[in-house]
Design a protein around this ligand. Structure first.
Ligand code: HEM
Length: 165
């Protein structure tokens, strides 16, 4: 139970938040744009951003999305096991084979992404790709029946944490 709370719940959000701050420091252009958005949308006087304010912070959400793409907290997801013999892209996979899905390399695959190693939140501006398990190019929370049950809390942790930072 303690491991679940700290590894699945706290560590994933904390690691993602650290990477988001690292990328903002490495990319002053993005840092300025996200700060401007917060100041313009909410005004200089507001001391704390609330969850309701997040709906106005579109660019901040793109920054978080790009962080999930480049720095997934669980780069190999959790292992799966095939329940029956299957064929995937011409390969025969017997039943009871352990499958490991490398979402880290999928999210940096040059066949799927332009300049995949660049931190560029704008890449999502005209894109319908989301990270909630339906677009297989981007799976920081996994997909299917074992998808992260704490996804909404994880997203809120990172978005709110980044505002406050
Ligand atoms: C940024 C935050 C988070 C990220 C990136 C993340 C990512 C993931 C991933 C990739 C998995 C494996 C899914 C799969 O293999 O398809 C997972 C599973 C899980 N996550 Fe999260 N997670 C986050 C936050 C949380 C939070 C806040 C909680 C709880 C409050 C949580 C609880 C769990 C649990 C219990 C599982 C195991 C589910 C199962 O085995 O069926 N996670 N998470």
């Amino acid at each position: 139970m303690c491991q679940d709370i700290f590894l699945a719940g706290v560590n994933t959000s904390a690691v993602t938040l650290s990477w988001a701050m690292t990328e903002l420091i490495r990319n002053p252009r993005v840092m300025k744009k996200v700060q401007d958005e917060i100041r313009t949308s909410l005004g200089d006087k507001k001391e704390r951003v609330t969850e309701d304010d997040l709906t106005q912070l579109h660019y901040l959400k793109l920054v978080v999305k790009e962080t999930f793409r480049l720095h997934p907290a669980a780069p190999l997801l959790l292992p799966r096991e095939t329940m029956s013999d299957i064929k995937i892209q011409g390969y025969d996979i017997p039943a009871k084979t352990q499958m490991i899905i490398n979402i880290y390399s999928i999210a940096r695959d040059p066949k799927l992404w332009i300049d995949p190693d660049e931190f560029n939140p704008e890449r999502f501006l005209d894109s319908s790709i989301d990270y909630k398990g339906l677009n297989f190019e981007l799976l920081p929370f996994g997909s299917g029946r074992r998808i992260c049950p704490g996804m909404m809390m994880g997203i809120a942790n990172v978005e709110m944490g980044l505002d406050w930072a």
